[in-house]
Design a binder for this molecule. Structure first.
Ligand SMILES: *Cc1c(COP(=O)(O)O)cnc(C)c1O
Length: 360
């Protein structure tokens, strides 16, 4: 059996009629930037996330960068970033000219260690980026406790957490802003690059919208120095269709995660929350990670590593090593998980992993 790491063809086949008609309507109307479909998706996604305002942007990295800019963060400021995450978080901070200060992550939760965040705060710190890595929700109460009585902004990077909840409500509610990516493989993915920023602060939403469109409230009137980072009409129309399926897709991810947890409890320690996590990825830790990866490949099963280096170990962001992030980078492995996987396929992966450990 061949099990790819993810497979969008199945998803798109399952909703082909809806996608075709959404795409046809954009072609018929002939507007490809801005327009009703963008405004409609923004309001639907805001409602889904239980936030007041949603600003569609070109991708998830821009969502973070524009948030930092709108918050007035730049040269001379410091931003705390987890040492284990996708490099986009560091790139966004460096592109506004602020200094990145890495904080370590928690060994079994993969997310920011609130105590290390506390230790890293200085007079220059302006924001903390909390990443719900793999769809696993950060310790938000503890982070809020650390940030209480400070003026620091909390940016919740929800790029891997569409549909995750914290205490029964959607993630992103603690953040001054929460940012999303709709890169094709995310839990909610466009047919190309796309992203969004959500906030309850109307002035901040307005500023982000201006920054993303050359500082223009209306065409040819420029209020500030901006750039171009807009959400395409076609992507918005596709995202509106897919959003209607998101809850069902996240529910299926949880079912698959449950199969993995139940089937593999002997071999790995899991610290997952089957009610609240969004399972963008299903990640285990193993000292024999590379051998296990190779073994599964021989059986036709593709796995991936998120991420093979902690950010302080990367060339552009070389800095003091943070031990937990470094250790995780050497041991984590992501198994295939996507809503269209069948139980039979998940069970095939589970038996291939068992075979690795039992030697059969
Ligand atoms: C995907 C991702 C981003 C960036 O999103 P793009 O749309 O690819 O720019 C940021 N942070 C995390 C944690 C991500 O997984």
């Amino acid at each position: 059996m061949q099990i790819p790491f993810f497979n969008l063809k199945r998803q798109h086949n399952s909703i082909k009629k809806e996608l075709d008609s959404a795409i046809a309507s954009v072609l018929n109307e002939g507007q490809f930037v801005g327009g009703d479909q963008v405004a409609q998706f923004e309001s639907e996604f805001a409602r889904y996330c239980q936030k007041e305002y949603c600003v569609g942007v070109a991708n998830g990295t821009d969502a973070i960068e524009l948030s930092l800019r709108a918050l007035g963060i730049g040269e001379g400021d410091e931003v705390i970033v987890p040492a284990l995450t996708w490099i986009a978080d560091a790139d966004a901070v460096s592109s506004v000219g602020a200094k990145i200060v890495f904080a370590d992550v928690l060994e079994t939760e993969y997310t920011l260690d609130p105590e290390d965040v506390r230790d890293k705060i200085t007079d220059k710190t302006k924001a903390v980026i909390a990443v719900h890595l793999y769809g696993h929700v950060c310790r938000l109460d503890e982070l809020n406790e650390v940030l209480k009585d400070t003026n620091l902004a909390l940016i919740e990077d929800c790029a891997q957490a569409h549909g995750a909840t914290y205490k029964g409500q959607k993630v992103g509610l603690s953040g001054t802003v929460s940012t999303y990516s709709f890169y094709p493989s995310k839990n909610l993915g466009a047919l190309g690059d796309a992203g969004a920023v959500l906030t309850n602060n109307s002035a901040l939403a307005r500023k982000i919208r201006l920054l993303a469109n050359h500082g223009q409230p209306v065409h040819n009137e420029h209020l500030l120095r901006g750039r171009n980072s807009r959400l395409d009409t076609l992507q918005a129309a596709v995202l509106s269709i897919k959003l209607m399926h998101l809850n069902q897709w996240v529910a299926r991810r949880k079912q698959i995660a449950t199969l993995y947890v139940d089937g593999l409890a002997e071999y790995f320690e899991f610290n997952v929350n089957l009610d609240e996590d969004a399972f963008h990825l299903f990640v285990i830790q193993s000292d024999k990670r590379d051998q296990l990866k190779k073994h599964l490949e021989k059986k036709g099963i593709r796995t991936a590593i998120h991420y093979p280096k902690s950010l302080p170990e990367t060339e552009p962001y070389k800095s003091a090593i943070l031990p937990t992030a470094k250790k995780l980078a050497a041991t984590v492995l992501s198994f295939p998980i996507y809503p269209e996987m069948t139980d039979q396929e998940v069970n095939y992966v589970i038996s291939a992993i068992k075979a690795f450990y039992t030697g059969h």
